[in-house]
Design a protein around this ligand. Structure first.
Ligand code: HEM
Length: 496
């Protein structure tokens, strides 16, 4: 209580609001917006920069009572965010909040201090240029497989929800580039002896149902057929992973492989304290961290290009200028696809999958925040204060982004775009280690699809009379998930 009252006092007259439940509590995540009780799960996404404009400062404070009395400082000021992300010791990650992600073992995401340093050091070589080349080549193979063996000679392909293709694409790339296991669109692998599920089915079930494992304790997973299947998938993926590891360790002839698992195995060979559990924990976390984030970003990117055909045409013309003869793009050409990168950056600005990045203050300190008028305010930040980097509020902050509601990829082609005000991958030493992984697969996917197909929104009779704004709101509607989730993006891919 003493700590809490010190935190509240330190806010002096700074803008604050009180709710019973914090966003960190289960109820805070379940309840809708009820003034004084809960902010609602989608609050950060829906409110964007508005609460800060109203408060007159690019930081607001939320006083909460459950799970315990606390003050959460939410930031949309680029300089303050840079300071927080750069100072890992002063503003560490509240790892307790991530412990639920340790089902397969401790890992890089759910650790801090020396453990995290060790994991990061071992994981870093896995995200090398050689792995990026593998990601590119595997992505090209997966998209060609989609074109040839799923879409075939059809002139137009109707997809009821774009996630139906972006989730498998992201999963197949992870299967190949993280686990070294190729998965194809059509083939159904059989169930190997000693297993009740194939690797493909286990990895699919696990990645689609992570949130169930996060929410339900193990005993409750036995209650329904669906949760029992999810539990089985987790057990099966665990044993598939351990088998892959043991096969690689015991292989007589070591193949030269560049997938994440092989790199982790090589890098951990000199560290006897790095166990198989550390390996499964870290490989699994790449799946959690890299699947939904990538699939949702691809889905919103396709939706935006379909909603804004002029932007799609600019992108198509740029891709065509590089691949004039219709050939496949190569990894070496990746830096040339500047428009593809700009489209992704603009989508990640408008739809950052991770809406809030949590930190806390490990000492009594202060942060300087600004406002639209150019004033500065020094906010005392007592030890124990929770901090949230609000990526949505920052990305829609008009101090940094002109007309933030507009989809304008060209802003990322300007040499002086505000880099500190763009943090979809966080920043500083704990920034996303998979950023280049995503960019590599993303550019290969977008370039191949746009060079062959024109993306349009599916026309449906029941929506014939809607305005552009209504259509946009419908197509871009999102719900909460591990990351912000598009509800239904119906598209048509028309062969060019
Ligand atoms: C659009 C794609 C992606 C986005 C927007 C994204 C975003 C983020 C963010 C915001 C963080 C910081 C989280 C925090 O501090 O709580 C993070 C960390 C991380 N991401 Fe990503 N990510 C993406 C793709 C990937 C991929 C493809 C992988 C791996 C294959 C990956 C692996 C990781 C890992 C291991 C961390 C923890 C790093 C550490 O703590 O040292 N991410 N990501």
């Amino acid at each position: 209580y003493v700590e809490f009252s010190r935190m509240v006092k330190s806010l002096k007259s700074h803008s604050r609001y009180t709710t019973v439940f914090s966003q960190r509590s289960i109820m805070g995540n379940l309840l809708p917006k009820i003034p004084g009780i809960s902010r609602g799960r989608l609050a950060t996404w829906l409110e964007k920069h508005n609460p800060y404009a109203k408060a007159g400062w690019d930081a607001t404070a939320n006083i909460t009572i459950v799970p315990r009395t606390s003050v959460t400082l939410s930031l949309v000021d680029a300089a303050a965010i840079k300071e927080v992300t750069a100072s890992r010791a002063r503003f560490p990650k509240p790892v307790k909040q991530y412990k639920v992600l340790s089902f397969f073992g401790d890992n890089i995401v759910a650790s801090e201090g020396d453990d995290w340093k060790r994991y990061r050091k071992i994981a870093a070589p896995a995200f090398s240029d050689r792995n990026n080349k593998l990601i590119w080549d595997e992505t090209v193979r997966i998209i060609l497989d989609l074109f040839d063996n799923v879409w075939g000679s059809q002139e137009s392909i109707v997809i009821d929800h774009a996630l139906d293709i972006t989730l498998p694409i992201a999963l197949f790339v992870l299967g190949a580039a993280a686990f070294g296991r190729r998965i194809s669109w059509k083939d159904d692998e059989g169930i190997p002896p000693n297993h009740q599920m194939s690797f493909k089915d286990a990895i699919h079930e696990v990645s689609m149902n992570c949130f169930i494992k996060v929410i339900f304790p193990n005993w409750a997973m036995g209650l329904t057929e669906h949760t029992r299947r999810v539990r089985l998938a987790f057990e099966e993926l665990d044993s598939h992973m351990l088998e892959i590891i043991s096969k690689r360790r015991n292989a007589e002839k070591k193949e030269e492989r560049h997938d994440l698992l092989s790199s982790l195995l090589d890098a951990s060979a000199d560290d006897p304290s790095f166990t198989d559990r550390d390996l499964t924990g870290n490989i699994f976390i790449f799946l959690v961290a890299g699947h939904e984030t990538t699939a949702h970003t691809l889905c919103f990117t396709f939706a935006m290009l379909a909603l804004y055909p002029d932007q799609q045409e600019i992108l198509y013309q740029h891709i065509k200028s590089i691949l004039a003869d219709g050939r496949l793009p190569t990894y070496e050409e990746m830096p040339l696809f500047t428009h593809s990168m700009a489209v992704f950056n603009e989508t990640l600005r408008m739809f950052p999958p991770v809406n809030g990045i949590p930190k806390y203050s490990a000492e009594d300190t202060s942060l300087t925040v600004g406002n639209a008028a150019g004033d500065k305010l020094v906010l005392p930040v007592p030890r124990g204060t929770h901090i949230v980097i609000n990526t949505v509020g920052l990305h829609y902050n008009p101090r940094y982004w002109k007309d933030p509601e507009e989809f304008r990829p060209s802003r990322f082609l300007e040499p002086d775009w505000p880099r500190d005000a763009f943090v979809p991958f966080s920043a500083g030493p704990r920034a996303c280690i998979g950023r280049k992984f995503f960019e590599t697969e993303g550019i290969a996917i977008l370039t191949m699809i746009i060079s062959r197909y024109k993306i349009e929104i599916k026309e449906e009779p029941q929506f014939a009379s809607e305005t552009f704004e209504q259509r946009k709101a419908r197509v871009l509607a999102a719900k909460p998930g591990l990351t912000i989730t598009p509800i239904r993006v119906p598209l048509v891919f028309k062969r060019r």
